[in-house]
Design a protein around this ligand. Structure first.
Ligand SMILES: [Zn+2]
Length: 384
């Protein structure tokens, strides 16, 4: 139940967050990465009832931020030039430089996903995440919630100040927790669908501003956050086989081409792991667009991940054979966090031109079968 007071709280929270986005004291784009990273982690670490976590760690955030910057460290090719876009007014943001240095040193192809890079060079990748973690501790985390001269920790509290040195962090008793304030985690999850595109747009605008000399290109947002970069063909046929050549949504045999659909829509949460991918006929795929699918689809999707049923083993085999990312726990947590917060009456997609009202009761049942999920807390600090 959402009370009027709770709504007022959500609006006040959103207003403050917009102020952070607008406030122009940052020379690098880190604040956008930190905010998106926090939103993603709150979604991923939600518990079985969909409740958001109250504690995250700098290590977890560093992993997310590394993934966010990963594609952006690629060369951006325009008609006029090929260049790595600068993400800092005074040159290049160190996190991007670190990612490029890691790729060059470990000979990881630019086209590799972070998941593939971690498999190829686990130690080097961990060290990279450690360096990103230090950057976050030093710079954006202690300064993000300062507007003007005033600090207002309305999202999180941390146990260090902006003058912290790397030695303090290496000492071993460093408290790497990011404590979410009050219901901030819950609000980030509830507002995620609105905040994500807004943060994307602001981030893109800042990068366009910094790189005015090279960028006058509408493809910038696609380059920075797009889904097209990762080709899904590799898993299309194995998934088609897994589904016995039927469309995931309408269940009909597929005679023509099949398409890969993100069950939790990319616009809601960018997730290319095998668990989030289903195969559909072109009709269902284009009709579903960015809608969330109805409870009966969610139930079928959750059953596919159930450890006790053959589907989950086959999914694991597909991931193994294709080297594809797999994370059943995280994907299901995200779905629960999103679905179980839908207001009554929210429209879910059932079939072409057919929508049903979200019912929390139905969705709880649909999403509680299958794998049992614990929050993925990785509390280690592993600085270089
Ligand atoms: Zn279909």
């Amino acid at each position: 139940m959402t009370s009027p007071t709770a709504d007022t709280g959500a609006i006040a929270f959103a207003e403050k967050l917009l102020a952070l986005l607008d406030y122009g004291s940052f020379t690098a784009t880190y604040k956008f990465a930190v905010l998106l990273g926090l939103i993603d982690l709150c979604l991923e670490c939600s518990d079985k009832s969909g409740a958001a976590p109250s504690v995250l760690t700098t290590r977890q955030l560093a992993q997310k931020v590394t993934e966010l910057y990963w594609p952006q460290a690629n060369v951006f090719a325009t008609a006029g030039s090929t260049t790595v876009l600068r993400q800092c007014t005074g040159g290049q943001a160190e996190i991007l430089t670190e990612i490029r240095r890691f790729r060059a040193g470990e000979v990881v192809a630019a086209a590799a996903t972070p998941y593939e890079a971690r498999r190829l060079a686990p130690d080097g990748y961990e060290a990279l995440v450690g360096r990103v973690e230090w950057k976050l501790i030093e710079m954006p985390l202690p300064r993000l919630q300062v507007v003007g001269n005033r600090e207002d920790p309305f999202i999180y509290r941390i146990g260090w100040e902006s003058d912290i040195g790397i030695r303090d962090v290496r000492r071993g008793d460093f408290d790497n927790r990011i404590l979410l304030v009050g219901d901030a985690g819950d609000l980030l999850v509830r507002l995620a669908g609105l905040l994500r595109p807004l943060i994307h747009r602001q981030w893109v605008a800042m990068v366009a501003r910094i790189n005015r000399d090279v960028v006058e290109d509408a493809r910038l947002e696609e380059f920075m956050f797009g889904v097209e970069r990762i080709p899904l063909e590799r898993v299309r046929n194995p998934l088609r086989e897994l589904q016995d050549n039927t469309c995931f949504y309408c269940g009909k045999k597929m005679r023509g081409p099949a398409e890969v659909d993100h069950f939790v829509p990319w616009a809601r949460y960018p997730d290319n792991s095998i668990e989030n991918l289903v195969v559909t006929d072109p009709g269902c795929n284009s009709a579903k667009r960015d809608f969330l699918a109805a409870a009966e689809h969610a139930a079928k999707w959750t059953r596919r991940m159930d450890h006790g049923l053959p589907g989950s083993r086959q999914l694991a085999e597909i991931a193994q054979a294709t080297g594809w990312e797999t994370r059943p726990g995280g994907t299901l947590s995200v779905a629960r966090a999103i679905y179980l917060r839908l207001p009554p009456g929210a429209k879910l997609w059932l079939a072409r031109n057919r929508y049903v009202d979200a019912s929390r009761g139905e969705l709880k049942i649909a999403l509680s079968e299958g794998v049992d999920v614990g929050a993925s807390t990785d509390a280690r600090v592993g600085l270089p």
